[in-house]
Design a protein around this ligand. Structure first.
Ligand SMILES: Cc1cc2nc3c(=O)[nH]c(=O)nc-3n(C[C@H](O)[C@H](O)[C@H](O)COP(=O)(O)OP(=O)(O)OC[C@H]3O[C@@H](n4cnc5c(N)ncnc54)[C@H](O)[C@@H]3O)c2cc1C
Length: 358
């Protein structure tokens, strides 16, 4: 096969940025087309939590393990500080009202000094890590741009085809020519480009807040929490090295808006997350809230991403549907897709993620 010289990547989330990076490393001329801004959606608002082995036992296991290793390599290679570090990870139980009895079940970090009961250890610095999601996405794209990739702001409206072969994309009414096209528009992928034989990708909304607290240890927390009104949910509390503590949770069935710019933030949901964080540590109790935000993770019907060729259109590829693990799995996705595009096959088995499976 002849490797494509010019590839258009649609979407500048972490997945598009990773595909662009690994293509640019292979000498391909890449244009990334993004409608709003780099990492403006879930890739800028996620936890950035990474785990080596939490996907073991599912089809995602090899992708996650390969990606966890690539994250460590990229932290050395990209030459940017995006807060990559290893973490210890704990499971906690806490209630907004009242206290659970019995005390910590395992040795608990001293900063968890309020109503939370540490019930288990979920990961160590060998198996869990984090990145700042927006900075990681930007670092990937910057590294791609340093190798000639260009970023263009515009709305992708269609894949331009001739005789069943992708020839580019329509962006704001004009054709942008390319030898190959990668669709990586997160939950908007199958809405932005219709008429392709792709399984529907949907958006699942979640909220997050950030708190301004310096020097919280590198301990990620997964909390079994009950709000005062009886609602049960599982906030994730992830301290970052830059003095920010990130808290997320609260699934919301609200439909996906047409653009990331139109995502609405529900203050009540964010307040609930703040209260949950404040219950587990006096360090967080009076911390200032710096951001309240919402975003949609891209999900498929079987919970597995779509990574591979678009059925029926030569030269068209898709990489989306990574659900709760897009930050983790973006590097191995980008590498595998770049190999598929330039060499015709990926070292990693992409069979479970074949877009034609659903
Ligand atoms: C609250 C929350 C916490 C999370 N925490 C974690 C975590 O700790 N670890 C982890 O691994 N994963 C986490 N995730 C999941 C992860 O954030 C996502 O899987 C990942 O960000 C998806 O990246 P993406 O590039 O596919 O999509 P997105 O980030 O949605 O990017 C898609 C891009 O495409 C652009 N776009 C859309 N339509 C068009 C168009 N027509 N033309 C041009 N551009 C377009 C958008 O503007 C956007 O920039 C979390 C998700 C949520 C919601």
């Amino acid at each position: 096969m002849t490797a494509p010289r010019q590839v258009v990547v649609c979407g500048a989330g972490v997945v598009g940025a990773s595909v662009a990076y690994f293509l640019a490393l292979r000498g391909v001329a890449v244009t990334v087309v993004e409608r709003s801004g780099v990492a403006c959606a879930a890739s800028g608002k996620s936890g950035g939590f990474l785990a080596l082995d939490w996907c073991d036992g599912s089809a995602l296991g090899p992708l996650a393990r390969a990606s966890f290793a690539l994250h460590a390599e990229l932290a050395q290679k990209l030459g940017a500080d995006y807060g990559y570090r290893r973490l210890d990870t704990f499971m906690l139980a806490a209630r907004e009202r009242g206290r659970l009895g019995g005390g910590h079940r395992v040795a608990a970090p001293s900063w968890l000094d309020d109503a939370g009961v540490v019930t288990g250890v979920l990961g160590s610095t060998d198996t869990t890590a984090q990145v700042h999601p927006a900075r990681f996405t930007t670092a990937l794209l910057d590294a791609a741009r340093a190798r000639g990739c260009t970023l263009r702001l515009g709305v992708v409206e269609d894949v331009v085809q001739r005789d069943g072969v992708a020839r580019g994309v329509r962006v704001d009414g004009a054709t942008l020519d390319a030898d190959a096209v990668v669709l990586a528009m997160g939950p908007w992928t199958t809405r932005a480009v219709r008429g392709l034989r792709l399984p529907t990708v949907r958006g699942l909304k979640g909220y997050s807040v950030t708190l301004d607290v310096a020097d919280v240890p590198a301990h990620a927390l997964f909390v079994d929490y009950r709000a005062a009104d009886g609602r049960a949910f599982e906030p994730e509390i992830i301290p970052r090295p830059d003095g920010e503590v990130y808290v997320c949770g609260m699934a919301d069935p609200a439909p996906l808006p047409d653009s990331p710019d139109a995502v609405k933030v529900d203050d009540a949901a964010c307040d609930t997350l703040c209260r949950a964080a404040r219950r587990v540590s006096t360090r967080l109790a009076s911390a200032r809230v710096t951001r309240r935000q919402a975003c949609y993770r891209p999900v498929t019907d079987d919970g597995l991403p779509l990574i591979g060729r678009v059925p029926g259109v030569a030269g068209a590829y898709v990489a989306t549907g990574h659900g709760p693990w897009g930050m983790l799995n973006a590097p191995a996705t980008g590498l595998a897709l770049a190999e598929l595009i330039t060499e015709g096959a990926a070292a990693l088995d992409l069979g479970p993620f074949d877009p034609a499976r659903l």
